[in-house]
Design a protein around this ligand. Sequence first.
Ligand code: NAD
Length: 458
Amino acid sequence: MSDLNLILEKQRTYFKTGSTLDIKERIKKLKKLYQIIDKYEEEISAALKTDLGKCQFESYMSEIGLVKSEITYFIKHGRSFAKKRRVHTPLSQFYSKSYVLPSPFGNTLIISPWNYPFLLSIEPLVDALIAGNTVILKPSEYSPNTSAIIKKIIAETFSPDEVEVVLGDASVATELLNLKFDFIFFTGSQNVGQIVLKSTVNNLIPCVLELGGKSPCIIDKTANLKLAARRIVFGKFLNCGQTCVAPDYLLCQEDIRNEFVTYLKEEVIKQFSPEPLKNKDYGKIISLKHFKRLLNLIDEKKVIIGGSYDEETLKIEPTVLQDVTLEDKVMQEEIFGPILPIITFKTYDEAFDIISKHPTPLAFYIFSNDKKIIDHALSHVSFGGGCVNDVVIHLANSEMGFGGVGTSGMGSYHGKTGFDTFSHLKSIVDKKQIIDLPMRYQPYKSNLFKKLIRTSLH
Ligand code: NAD
């Protein structure tokens, strides 16, 4: 038996003991995890600095703080999520009680990416654990320092029978995907998402795919342009644009394009200084391979802001491209870096047409004060989640699920949605024995049965 299979076998044996079923124990474990994260907070920040150049504030705001908030949320609400959920029982099933019983899937696999390596490893882990599962976690090989501290934290918090972190590249992930897990949670690219999904087919393993895509952001002539520029610059260049929900491209109404660009220029300087490459709080691209891919997307003739880079530090300035067309390289793939193309539109139909030419985005943003058009856009455009007059922040709310749709993913997590995603919801009818209505038994009395069904519908 391979080493990985051995780990899974141990977790399987542990799960069968029923030790993960007690919700009080699950909460106790999360409290311990919180404390150990607290203890290693400096080391986590240092690792994120080495891997992605993230400053301490950003690491807390966009990774450690969000994980802590998710843990706190479950410490508060976990007990109620794990309870039986009573539902209405139709009269035809008299006399019984009906309820939904959340039950853990069992042994789960989580594969995570490098861009928010702490958040995107630990948040699904927390959701899996509060739902009562065991976990094998494989973080990304591109963020090795964060992966190492994650391994240390997990080893200090859990026994390997409950949670084990396995380090390595795609070959390790491939090996893991050959094992028979009860549930797989994957965050990463669409290409690898397809591989993961294929691997689940033979054993019919349920899975969630958190993928990416090109997320559009509309700015129309009714928008507060100055505020829009401020928020877009924050959300796009946070983590150097290496954010799955960053606005990938802007659709800007023609009449206000020039004014909006003026504000964009001001904001880039305000937030990142006139020399962003020297800004210690501005991150870096994860690897030389990713750095070169991004440079290849920049058409120098179209650059109106930024465009400079430093190969030694793997930094690329916040870069804005104007007069971009759908034929440009930058519109052929998910950018996932600090490059922001602007496409102009005259009518909303044009804007929606451009969005519909791309696969379903993970996020959609609209800056507008026209309520009718906002409502129309939100209901007609297909996307995972999004914001009105802001970007990115919808993922930082444990009260709402987060996930994609179509090519940007399937399934969602965070908060109660995460608890439910990692649970099988058993539907139970608890039939009482003091009465046993005769209608369903032969010889049938169809009139009485029909009456009862009708009654229960009204
Ligand atoms: P990736 O798909 O290259 O890698 C993700 C994980 O899959 C890594 O752990 C990697 O080791 C593993 N992997 C790589 N090749 C594999 C294979 N052949 N078989 C099995 N596993 C394999 O993604 P990435 O470059 O780490 O992350 C960037 C992508 O992730 C972007 O597309 C981004 O939009 C997406 N993303 C999505 C979300 C979300 O929440 N929806 C969050 C972050 C990133």
